[in-house]
Ligand binder design. Structure first.
Ligand SMILES: [Cu+2]
Length: 781
């Protein structure tokens, strides 16, 4: 049964006194640390500042009410649970003013510009306050006469700083005159100059002395439009901030009409043993879906437009690629596959081809060959689908089921199987969707969404959720299914996560989700499912203390790390699409060895509905996106990198990584041997399949730990791959080696093959190291 209580009564924070909230800000004392507050009815988030043992509650939403002075008892306040300690370091002057009731926003002196940033189509910097520009001084790399750099902060959008032409790189530096805990820079391009003068590629640095620059703390590509654009990052105290941009050639100028900086009243204490967040990567599209490429690049996409999925004319998708060799972000609108790839099912087939099925264009499929960096139109599915799930099978084919979000919900979206060797879909009328439906109050169009599918032995598929019921699916003949029990007492867990963290043992972690797709309380429920042979009832046990994570989560994402731990981030306690309340900012890591969840470093960017996470080939995690709702304030055009604790010393220095000192074979058959040399002693190794993801689903993700056999020659090892393709699904895999501290190497990517495959390779470079890029393979029929 779903509980309406956010926290256990004995854990809930309590107000030490009741109060009224009118035109003036009020001070409240709490018996717990809290991180947020909002009114329950109407649901209005309130701004909250913490100092020592008391909080200042900023009553702005109420002050907007002409009858301000409305009173409410504390019982109507929804107070965030105790989810982390926030330290205030820049509050003094502001607190004084706020306590006197003289001001409700900004800190420093008054600064009333004619133009101010508005966040009508982008999520505002979390808890950011626009910093007064009264005392700033600016310098820039060059300026055109009559367009000096100060014009970027003169308060009007009618004037602009413009650089000279004839330079490749341009920069503008702000001296804030005092250290502020900056968390965003917002610029308005020059108006009335069309697309001229736009800054797209950019890097942001901060400094305390203008000598040692820290960063880039954010970098990437902004959309090429005249809209206001922003980089948000973790709060970082500094006096100077610098924006640099490289022009396309020497013939272009760049300009800024208005530049603003946002700062928080706190910094988040950093403890490297809990990991580190940053930098931010800015994308020209909202990354709602994405995949790793064999080249090491990451491809992400939104929908037909970079910021919205609705009103689709169909036929195209706005994509972006981030290249970790060069840190370059690029944009491409894919039109040749005539496919709006929003809300698709995605999988990497046994040939290494990314296959994107349905979505806004519900029958269409697109194929992406990372080796050639090319998109191809794929064959249409028999049924029109959106929010279906797809998964690769042990023979390299792909299974799809569900997807009534698009293409109608009046016929059951039973299974189909795709064969890359002949590029055709075959309907499987016996692979019924009915046994995996949830009991969603919104009805059939929600009930078959986002299945938790895992390819397993003998071309079978295990469906672990999100429905209460679990099932086996079979693709031979006209398809069939078999019931596989329940996850103990678990409810329907829509938009929860399921991660195969040890495929050799058949182990799947399931975390969170909510009974209904929307307007539904999330759970913290956690289970470990252990698969045996196909058709057998799997074993299900509770994960963590009493089968619970630390936090209730829905719309969160989970990533298995090379050492077998699972990183769980973001989400909400009450699931509402495109809503940014009740957010979880403290991620957690599940350790299967100790069967415990540990809270790790919190971040300061909201990651809820439509966000994604992907493991990078260097063992870090990319977490980004959220939104895609057009003119709404839940859009996030960025991603952040999380560096897990295993890559850092206690003081935050990068730990030395073990390294491969020899190449790996480009392709290895299932059950094959890999021999390699390392630059030092290593203690473990694992394989992680390349991933594709959208909407909390990532069916490609799985980890295969492998045994190391030291050879008589120093630092030489052999590993033997599992000989079961249901465990080691064919396709591209990352090979990681780990030292005695568990520090992972940068991975090498290999293609795992089954008997019926052939291939060709290209070469490239990954993270500055020689690297053989894998092209797609072909299944032989
Ligand atoms: Cu969606």
């Amino acid at each position: 049964m779903a509980s309406k209580l956010k926290t256990q009564p004995e854990q809930a924070p309590h107000l030490a006194a009741s109060f009224s909230c009118g035109r003036r800000d009020v001070i409240i004392w709490m018996d717990h640390k809290i991180l947020g507050a909002s009114l329950l009815y109407p649901r209005v988030p309130l701004r909250l500042f913490l100092r020592d043992s008391f909080y200042i509650l900023i009553c702005i939403p109420l002050a907007l009410d002409p009858t301000a002075g409305m009173k409410f008892p504390y019982a109507q306040l929804l107070l965030g649970p105790s989810i982390g300690v926030v330290v205030v370091n820049a509050l003094g002057h502001y607190v004084q003013e706020a306590m006197n009731g003289e001001r409700v926003s900004g800190y420093g002196y008054y600064d009333i510009p004619l133009w101010e940033p508005i966040f009508s189509n982008e999520s505002p910097p979390l808890n950011g306050i626009r910093v007064s520009r009264e005392s700033w001084s600016l310098s820039c790399s060059s300026s055109k006469h009559g367009h000096e750099c100060e014009m970027a902060i003169d308060g009007t959008n009618a004037t602009a700083w413009r650089s000279d032409i004839g330079h490749e790189e341009h920069s503008i530096t702000v001296d804030l005159k005092m250290s502020q805990s900056m968390n965003a820079i917002v610029i308005l391009p020059p108006i009335d100059t069309g697309l001229e003068g736009l800054i797209t590629h950019h890097e942001i640095y901060v400094s305390d002395d203008q000598k040692k620059w820290n960063g880039p703390i954010a970098h990437g590509m902004w959309p090429d439009s005249n809209r206001q654009r922003m980089s948000v990052f973790e709060p970082i105290p500094a006096r100077y901030v610098k924006l640099t941009t490289r022009g396309k050639d020497n013939e272009t100028w760049v300009g800024i009409s208005e530049l603003n900086i946002y700062a928080t009243t706190y910094t988040i204490p950093q403890d490297p043993t809990r990991g580190v967040w940053g930098p931010t990567i800015d994308f020209p599209v909202i990354p709602v879906a994405g995949a790793q490429e064999t080249s090491g690049r990451v491809v992400v996409w939104s929908s037909w437009a970079s910021d919205q999925f609705h009103s689709t004319p169909g036929g195209q998708t706005a994509t972006s690629q981030w290249d970790p060799f060069t840190n370059k972000v690029s944009k491409r609108v894919v039109t040749n596959t005539h496919h709006d790839m929003f809300c698709p099912g995605i999988a990497i087939d046994g040939t290494g081809m990314l296959i994107v099925t349905g979505g806004n264009d519900a029958a269409v499929t697109s194929l992406y060959d990372a080796g050639q960096d090319k998109w191809f139109a794929g064959p249409e599915m028999h049924l029109r689908r959106g929010y279906q799930s797809t998964t690769a099978l042990s023979d390299g084919r792909v299974f799809v089921i569900g997807g009534s979000w698009a293409g109608g919900s009046n016929i059951p979206k039973d299974g189909e199987v795709y064969d890359p060797a002949v590029r055709t879909w075959t309907m499987l009328p016996g692979a019924k969707v009915k046994p995996m439906l949830t009991n969603d109050y919104e009805g059939p169009w929600r009930a078959d969404n986002h299945g938790w599918l895992f390819g397993w032995k003998n071309q079978t598929v295990f469906q672990a959720g999100p429905s209460i019921a679990m099932n086996w699916y079979y693709v031979d003949g006209s398809g069939s299914f078999e019931k596989a029990g329940k996850r103990l007492e678990d409810d329907d867990s829509m938009s929860g996560n399921a991660v195969m963290f040890d495929a050799v043992e058949g182990k799947i972690l399931t975390v969170g989700g909510s009974p209904d797709y929307e307007n539904s309380w999330a759970t913290a429920n956690a289970h470990v499912i252990t698969l045996g042979e196909p058709g057998e009832l799997p074993k299900v046990t509770l994960a963590g203390k009493n089968g619970l994570m630390h936090s209730e989560r829905v719309f969160h994402t989970s990533t298995v790390l090379p050492d077998g731990k699972v990183f769980i981030v973001g989400g909400q306690t009450f699931g509402v699409a495109f809503n940014e309340e009740n957010v979880q900012f403290v991620p957690e890591i599940y350790d299967p060895v100790t069967n415990t969840f540990t809270q790790v470093q919190q971040n300061n960017i909201v990651r809820v509905y439509h966000h994604l996470s992907l493991l990078l080939p260097d063992g870090r995690v990319l977490t980004g996106g959220g939104g895609l709702c057009g003119n709404c304030s839940a859009n996030h055009y960025n991603a952040q990198i999380f560096t897990p604790p295993y890559l850092l010393t206690e003081s935050g220095e990068p730990r030395p990584r073990p390294r491969f000192a020899s190449e790996l074979p480009k392709e290895v058959p299932v059950g094959g041997l890999i021999q390699f040399v390392t630059d030092g002693e290593i203690f473990s190794a694992s394989l992680l399949r390349l991933c594709s993801t959208s909407h909390t689903v990532n069916t490609d993700q799985r980890r295969v730990p492998v045994k190391l056999y030291p050879l008589p020659v120093k630092n030489s090892y052999t590993i033997r791959l599992p000989d079961e393709p249901g465990i080691l699904i064919p396709g591209p895999w990352m090979v990681f080696i780990m030292d005695k501290h568990g520090v992972p190497s940068i991975s090498k990517i290999i293609m795992v093959t089954v008997d019926n495959m052939k291939s060709a390779q290209l070469s490239g470079e990954l993270y500055g190291e020689p690297y053989k890029q894998l092209s797609r393979m072909e299944l032989i029929k």
